[in-house]
Design a protein around this ligand. Structure first.
Ligand code: MLT
Length: 312
């Protein structure tokens, strides 16, 4: 029989269901990306990869659960830029972002869009900036908790305006989107994965996109930079992780299945509909992911410290 995993042998791996933890509620962009990738990985690995939503604390509850899981390749994490920002936002994290995981590979790049409830008065980003500066905490901003991408975008927006809004944290921007459409909250910044459909259906008001360039999927939507926020730039990237100590042979099998998913025509087409892109294959290696994560932690540390926003 094959040597146990501990001997670094992955011949029999995977021999049972793999759990992919998504650190946000179902229905949000992270969940959407995860389910598309998991379905494709199930096919190439020959075992079910099931998604488990573990929300809370801006994604750090789910990430912490995976950091403490058995390093056997049967529990993995699908997370986004929040994995990097949490290293600075949370000064008492129960895990070390840079050393308690094995990076499996980067997955997507997703721009964000700043969107309002359908009857929010301002008609464009210039008027919205004036409105927020005037109403201040009278404007209700929804996010997925400190450490989420929607939180990071909101933090940058409020820093740029020098104004604090009232923020309402959700378990994910899936639930937050429902309240935005319903008018319970006024504003949100979220990944195109979650907003493209709602914008095109006229369910929310779109003010701008957070990347330097406009979206191919919505060419008429101006960038926030065009609209009066010079230098405003934030995009969301997703990556997959296993607990530290997971044998390299197992990580390599997971990476191979991930890379297959990124080349799966169904996944690519669905991502395109959602304004999201799979990473280029030369960025989809564990080594590139590890280096990129460290660079992102270093990039956002001063920005977060300058904004003076911490979770604990
Ligand atoms: C975020 O704001 O970090 C994500 O949109 C949360 C989610 O995927 O639900």
């Amino acid at each position: 029989t094959a040597l146990p995993l501990s001997k670094g042998n992955a011949q029999d791996y995977p021999s049972r269901t793999i759990t992919m933890v998504v650190p946000f509620a179902a229905g949000g962009p992270t969940d959407t990306v995860a389910r598309l990738v998991a379905e494709s990985m199930s096919r190439s690995l020959g075992q079910q990869v099931i998604v488990e939503n573990v929300g809370g604390a801006g994604g750090t509850r789910g990430a912490g659960q995976v950091a403490k899981a058995a390093p056997d390749g049967y529990t993995i994490l699908l997370h986004h830029i929040g994995q990097a920002t949490a290293a600075t936002l949370y000064r008492k994290l129960p895990y070390n972002v840079l050393t308690d995981f094995e990076e499996v590979g980067l997955v997507t790049d997703a721009p964000m869009t700043l969107i309002g409830k359908p009857d929010l008065a301002p008609q464009d980003i210039g008027a919205l900036i004036a409105h927020v500066k005037d109403k201040k905490d009278g404007v209700i901003y929804g996010n997925a908790g400190v450490g989420s991408a929607s939180h990071l975008c909101g933090m940058l927006f409020m820093s740029a305006l020098g104004t604090q809004m009232t923020t309402v944290p959700y378990q994910g921007t899936g639930p937050a989107m429902n309240d935005l459409i319903g008018g319970q909250i006024d504003l949100m910044c979220d990944q195109t994965t979650n907003t493209t459909g709602q914008i095109k259906a006229g369910k929310v008001k779109a003010y701008g996109v957070t990347t330097k360039n406009r979206l191919k999927s919505m060419p008429d939507l101006p960038t926030l930079q065009e609209g009066g926020l010079p230098g405003f730039e934030v995009a969301v990237w997703h990556g997959a992780y296993a607990p530290k100590g997971t044998p390299k042979a197992v990580v390599d099998k997971l990476n191979a299945a991930l890379v297959q998913a990124l080349q799966d025509p169904k996944v690519i087409a669905r991502f395109a509909d959602l304004g999201t892109e799979p990473v280029a294959l030369d960025r989809a290696t564990p080594e590139v992911h590890k280096a990129f994560l460290a660079a992102e932690v270093a990039k956002w540390k001063p920005v977060i410290e300058q904004a003076g926003v911490f979770a604990d």
